[in-house]
Design a binder for this molecule. Structure first.
Ligand SMILES: CNc1ncnc2c1ncn2[C@@H]1O[C@H](/C=C/CNC(=O)c2cc(-c3ccc(F)cc3)cc(O)c2O)[C@H](F)[C@H]1O
Ligand SMILES: [Mg+2]
Length: 214
């Protein structure tokens, strides 16, 4: 049987990027997915917005829902301060295995913990498992119809604090209409839309940044 798309992305990283150089890993994936075969990474256009929001927040504890190949894990982890950590959740073991190798190739394995499993099962166990009080930053990029239930679960599990920043990918394409309704009509969130394009295309997409007000 042939290789999978994530396996081909890993091969492109090993061929074209420099070990221990996160930017070269990001550029290798962006080049491959723009010129060879499309993949659902947040990509370079929206990635610049992710970078700027992340730099502004400078989180000690970051959470990502939906690792896929680890592209946004590398984008996030490369900008974290020393001793800051990213926990990324992925329930497909094949994807998690590829992501682990891409994150290690970038030299970021000490800053990123990949947790295999479903967000709905793992979120309630985060406090006890990682001894953390709350997250400073959450990147939502998993199944779009799970953004609302998982945001409510993070609230209910006391994993959000006054000022926690949620950043959601794909709020236009494929779209997360229920999520936009939830955060935009909710007095507990201050939301702002960042217009951009769907990764590696000219189609409209964007990121929604929502600050939890406590
Ligand atoms: C539900 N709980 C989960 N827990 C742990 N891992 C999970 C969970 N749910 C999914 N995963 C994991 O998170 C990933 C899922 C990402 C889904 N992303 C997309 O569908 C997505 C789609 C497009 C897209 C746009 C236009 C078009 F024509 C075709 C596609 C663009 C994007 O940027 C996306 O992010 C992974 F695959 C899955 O195992
Ligand atoms: Mg996405």
């Amino acid at each position: 049987t042939g290789s999978s798309r994530p396996q081909r992305i890993l091969k492109a990283v090993q061929k074209n990027a420099t070990k221990g150089d996160p930017q070269s890993v990001i550029s290798a994936i962006d080049y491959y997915c723009r010129h060879k075969e499309w993949a659902m990474n947040v990509g370079d256009d929206k990635g610049l917005i992710l970078d700027s929001v992340l730099t502004e927040v400078n989180p000690s504890m970051a959470l990502e829902l939906g690792t896929y190949c680890g592209y946004s894990s590398v984008r996030i982890a490369r900008l974290l301060s020393p001793n800051s950590k990213l926990i990324t959740v992925e329930f497909n073991p094949a994807f998690a295995a590829i992501a682990r190798q891409i994150i290690a190739y970038a030299g970021l394995q000490d800053k990123v913990t990949i947790v295999e499993g479903a967000s709905g099962d793992l979120i309630p166990k985060m406090k006890e498992r990682f001894g953390l009080k709350s997250f400073d930053f959450v990147f939502l990029d998993h199944w779009k119809d799970r953004y609302v239930p998982d945001t409510k679960l993070l609230e209910d599990c006391g994993l959000l604090r006054k000022g926690t920043v949620l950043l959601a990918d794909n709020v236009i394409c494929p779209g997360a209409p229920e999520y936009l309704k939830y955060v935009r009509n909710n007095p507990r969130y201050e939301s702002r839309y960042y217009p951009s394009v769907l990764e590696y295309t000219k189609a409209e997409d964007g990121l929604e940044k929502s600050v939890f007000l406590g």
